[in-house]
Design a protein around this ligand. Structure first.
Ligand SMILES: *Cc1c(COP(=O)(O)O)cnc(C)c1O
Length: 397
């Protein structure tokens, strides 16, 4: 890649990421092309975001049509695509929910925590405000959601003090003992994403959901990564057959346009003035979101999503079985997959070599190779991507 662009980035963009210097110019579904015309199979979908593929014409056309007309007015006026997207979310979730729109996953989780806190303040004689989350969770990068995140490495004293009222448990079973009369909510991912692609057991989650309901404690499910068909159903909650009080979405919802969503069946906790956002749910993001969920609804109903998941799993397991000297375990659900690598050094070598071989993969937790392919990835792209991954593996000592 040209040194000039690398220097621009290094001089003018604050350095908060371990950047790869590849200059992508074009994308078609799960294939990307850099400035030299080299192609890459994208097993990351921009960290679970570009759910319907790069350069998706239906989404692009919906966005163009919308922004040629109106991009933004403000939430002081009704926004037609926002109302329609909220309706689609309720329909596809199967739950009787209303939605608040934000701009990111962290912001969606902030909204969820605010709903729970208001419930805890107004519903009980003695205020309840504590939120229990799990170790290895990830809930965002704002001061509050980073505190909600159960990973010590994110709680740097540089950013202290953090808000009170968050604690972390190691397992689902530990939650029962941590609950006290000030606990207002438990917030979990059903498959921990950033923490290492770790799905929880269905029976344990169902039991927890039941217990929380009986005790009037909110269950908040962070589906920022698992949501919008990533695990095979519209929501991972559908797969786990639970009905939480609050669900958050973001990553895959609008095909790359920033969006966040807080879904709740408690439609009257928030009143006008309680919460808001300048950009949240504007014409641009919700027109994009509407196009994305419509595409994916058809894709799921036609059986193609399930077919893609089965094919991807089959190829993944072949690679896993052939490389048991490198991989310890194969984990995940749907198109949210992980391969546990024997050590951290080997994992970073694999990620680097994979990019050289023309396949993009992710890291999660300490030693998990994470795969979040475009949901509409083709069989040819799957074959080619795994071929390149194995080429990379063959060059690892
Ligand atoms: C990515 C992620 C977030 C944070 O989303 P942002 O859009 O980066 O704020 C929160 N929760 C989960 C489970 C995530 O995967």
């Amino acid at each position: 890649m040209s040194k000039e662009l690398e220097n621009l980035d290094k001089s003018y963009v604050l350095s908060t990421y371990a950047r790869n210097y590849v200059n992508f110019k074009k994308g078609i579904n799960a294939t990307l092309y850099d400035e030299n015309g080299k192609d890459y199979i994208d097993f990351t979908s921009g960290i679970g975001v570009v759910s319907v593929g790069h350069g998706n014409k239906q989404v692009a056309n919906a966005i163009c049509e919308q922004v040629n007309n109106i991009t933004h007015i403000s939430n002081l006026y009704v926004i037609e695509p926002q109302a329609k997207l909220a309706q689609q979310i309720a329909k596809l979730s199967g739950y009787d929910v209303a939605t608040f729109f934000a701009n990111s996953g962290a912001e969606a989780n902030e909204g969820a925590i605010k709903i729970a806190r208001k419930y805890g303040e107004t519903k009980f004689k003695k205020k309840k405000y504590k939120v229990i989350t799990l170790e290895h969770s990830f809930h965002g990068r704002t001061i509050t959601t980073v505190k909600a995140t159960g990973q010590q490495k994110f709680h740097s004293p540089n950013f202290a003090p953090y808000p009170d009222g968050f604690s972390y448990d190691t397992t689902i079973d530990d939650i029962y003992n941590s609950i006290d009369d000030e606990t207002v909510a438990v917030m979990i991912e059903l498959v921990q994403g950033e923490g290492g692609v770790q799905p929880f057991e269905k029976a344990a989650i169902q039991e927890l959901a039941k217990f929380l309901k009986q005790n009037d404690i909110f269950l908040i499910v962070d589906e920022v990564q698992t949501g919008v068909y990533r695990t095979g159903e519209f929501l991972a909650c559908n797969l786990y057959e639970i009905e939480p009080d609050i669900i958050t979405l973001a990553k895959g919802l609008a095909g790359g346009v920033p969006i966040g969503a807080v879904l709740t069946k408690h439609k009257d906790i928030f009143e006008p003035g309680d919460h808001g956002s300048t950009f949240g749910g504007n014409y641009l993001s919700t027109a994009a979101g509407l196009a994305v969920v419509n595409i994916l609804e058809n894709y799921k109903n036609s059986g193609k999503l399930d077919e893609t998941i089965i094919y991807y799993e089959k190829k993944l397991n072949e690679v896993y079985e052939r490389n048991r000297d490198i991989f310890l375990d194969s984990v995940g659900l749907g198109l949210m997959r992980g391969l546990r690598v024997k050590d951290e050094k080997t994992l970073s070598d694999i990620i680097k070599k994979s990019l050289e071989e023309g396949v993009m993969v992710l890291k999660a937790g300490k030693n998990t190779l994470r795969l979040l392919p475009v949901l509409t990835i083709s069989k040819e792209e799957i074959d080619e991507g795994f071929k390149r991954l194995e080429n990379a593996l063959s060059k690892i000592s």
